[in-house]
Design a protein around this ligand. Structure first.
Ligand code: SF4
Ligand code: FE
Length: 518
């Protein structure tokens, strides 16, 4: 089924992965990769695996509607859960379960959580802006969401500015384009200029929501812009990010790629006077709300990183498989390493899903997860996948980086020799062994290491960003008073006042469910 232009009144509704892939064709995006313009990304061997990963989100919604879709409150039809505004802790939890499942099915980044988390953050932040400023951003956001639900579209969130000199705020940069900003205004809307770096899944989206990347202050008004743009809007250039070993996808064959079907995608997005009509502007000049938007977005997004536990499940499975193929699976240290990989992986999941279970309602009615636990989840993600990867390479052995190519394995002159000398335990072929080794290489050194490792480090904020948030929320005064009470310095009741502080972590920890019997 072919779809018409996203957002147009007669745009067809995307129902499954095939519809989705077709919806991306013929859009004429200005995409650059390896110094060349790409005519049709859908057919490009380097780009296609990333499209397949997003397509898998649609197919999962068909296979498991309760996990990966919801009935839209705006249209009454089923839409992707990635477009849903959470109205309960269960909604937040189901996002995490869907993310883990998709990580298992793709072994990579499926690219849709940034938009999902941006929508949820913007839903409540536009409500807060309107409440104090008398604007109508929240209704505009609801209207936009309704349109996105009608088409069941992919919406990306575009947050990370290139930032220029990190010691200077946006309005003091030598080049004003280091942060995306309003470069021109008309009575119909605004024009934006600047660039967003590392934009996950941008070319695979139908729409992008552009947002500020950090706290803004006086003088930064033109940078306090939030608005939606179709991915094919005039004035946008996409420059594709390279991934380690990416050209293996252009060599033919599917063994050396490790995971030939699925991959992630990041690109630099350059905006040159891109028009946003007024009805698609959701913040314009309200600098004081930029910090709230970034804080709420990262609260959602940092626990979305449970996606990596699905990927970790695949890696643990690959490590167990190679141990079995090598005949080493009964060794106690091998079993212990697999236990350690699982323990680390579940540690990430435990904090992420706890952040969702510990969610609470914002004044808009949208639910948000717990900020402390979300930050702890993401902070684990900056470290534990590296250790899980190290253990997988330990179990894989050196062959993971010295294995000859598929072309050699299949060559009439030397293929037979390789198959003989690469055989290990009976019952497994040399090719099967090569495939598992290449998968481990793909996830720890190759294309999907981008998502599993370095993106785990820096996505949704680098490690220090989480430490700052954990430090802000750790309530040391409360903890000191606990110590003082037990040491006999103060009265125990002193802690109650601090516990009651609005929004504090411990007041949420100890809040009992409304109907709980105790
Ligand atoms: Fe979603 Fe994970 Fe990819 Fe971020 S890294 S978009 S949370 S799959
Ligand atoms: Fe990310």
């Amino acid at each position: 089924m072919a779809t018409t232009a996203p957002g147009s009144a007669d745009a067809a509704r995307i129902r499954d992965g095939e519809d989705y892939v077709n919806s991306l064709r013929g859009r004429g995006l200005n995409i650059w990769l390896f110094g060349e313009q790409i005519e049709e990304p859908v057919d490009h061997p380097v780009i296609r695996p990333s499209i397949n990963a997003v397509a898998r989100t649609y197919d999962l919604a068909v296979e498991h509607p309760d996990l990966a879709s919801v009935v839209s409150p705006f249209t009454g039809e089923r839409v992707s859960r990635f477009l849903h505004i959470c109205t309960s802790a269960d909604d937040l939890v189901l996002q995490n379960k869907m993310q883990r499942r998709l990580g298992q099915l793709t072994g990579t980044c499926f690219q849709r959580c940034v938009g999902m988390d941006a929508f949820n953050a913007l839903y409540s932040v536009t409500w807060e802006i309107d409440d104090t400023q008398g604007t109508d951003y929240h209704q505009r956001m609801r209207d936009f969401l309704t349109d996105m639900h009608r088409g069941n579209f992919v919406v990306g969130g575009a947050m990370t500015d290139v930032k220029g000199d990190r010691s200077k705020p946006p309005h003091q940069q030598n080049d004003p384009d280091m942060f995306v900003h309003v470069s021109r205004r008309t009575k119909e809307g605004v024009y934006i200029t600047g660039a967003k770096a590392h934009q996950t899944g941008c070319i695979n989206s139908h729409w992008m929501v552009v947002m500020p990347t950090m706290r803004l202050g006086e003088g930064d008004e033109d940078y306090a812009i939030v608005g939606a743009v179709p991915v094919d809007a005039p004035g946008i250039t996409y420059i594709y990010g390279r991934q380690s070993c990416d050209t293996r996808a252009m060599e033919g064959g599917d063994i050396d790629q490790g995971n030939a079907r699925f991959g992630g995608q990041e690109a630099m997005v350059i905006f040159d006077e891109v028009f946003i009509p007024n009805h698609l502007v959701f913040m314009d000049g309200e600098t004081e709300f930029a910090a709230m938007l970034v804080q709420r977005f990262t609260t959602y997004h940092r626990r979305s990183y449970v996606c990596k536990t699905g990927v970790g499940d695949v890696l643990a499975g690959a490590a167990a498989s190679i141990a079995e193929m090598n005949g080493a699976d009964q060794a106690s240290h091998v079993k212990d390493k697999l236990v350690e990989m699982t323990h680390l992986n579940e540690t990430i999941y435990g904090t992420g899903i706890a952040a969702s279970y510990q969610g609470h309602a914002t004044r808009s009615g949208a639910w948000i997860c717990d900020d402390m636990l979300a930050n702890v989840c993401k902070h684990h993600v900056t470290k534990l996948p590296y250790e899980i990867s190290r253990l997988s390479q330990d179990l894989a052995g050196g062959l993971v980086v010295t294995l000859p190519s598929q072309k050699d394995l299949e060559h009439p002159a030397i293929g037979g020799l390789l198959k003989k000398y690469l055989s290990a335990r009976e019952g497994f072929t040399a090719e099967q062994r090569a495939r598992i080794l290449r998968l481990i290489e793909n996830m720890t050194l190759g294309r999907n290491a981008v998502g599993y490792l370095t993106e785990s480090m820096h996505g949704a904020g680098s490690p220090q960003a989480q430490r700052i948030e954990i430090g802000r929320a750790m309530q040391l005064e409360y903890k000191k008073r606990l110590a003082h009470a037990l040491a006999g310095i103060t009265d125990e009741a002193d802690t109650d006042a601090i516990l009651d502080e609005a929004g504090s972590y411990f007041s949420r920890v100890f809040k009992l469910p409304a109907k709980a019997e105790h």
